[in-house]
Design a binder for this molecule. Structure first.
Ligand SMILES: [Zn+2]
Length: 84
């Protein structure tokens, strides 16, 4: 009976030893190849922002509608005399 207990204990020890070795190897591998943080990509071109003269919404200047020297976010916010 003591032989069976000895072998079971040995198997359990081997199992835990292998598991800890495997975990250490995985941890080491993760340290060598850290995951790329989301901000690592080169930043896109910074775009100028503007605000709508009607509602004050801030949006990219490239999407602005211009009328009377002012920027508007949508055709609905253009002054009545300049609507498309
Ligand atoms: Zn607007």
């Amino acid at each position: 009976m003591s032989r069976i207990v000895f072998w079971i204990a040995l198997l359990v020890l081997v199992f835990f030893a292998l598991r800890s070795k495997l975990r250490a190897a995985l941890r080491k591998q993760q340290m060598h190849t850290p995951p790329q943080p989301p901000h690592a990509a080169p930043p896109a071109a910074i775009e100028d922002m503007t605000s709508c003269a009607q509602c004050g919404l801030h949006f990219p200047a490239s999407e602005a509608l211009h009328a009377d020297g002012r920027d508007y976010c949508s055709p609905a916010h253009l002054p009545a005399n300049t609507r498309l």
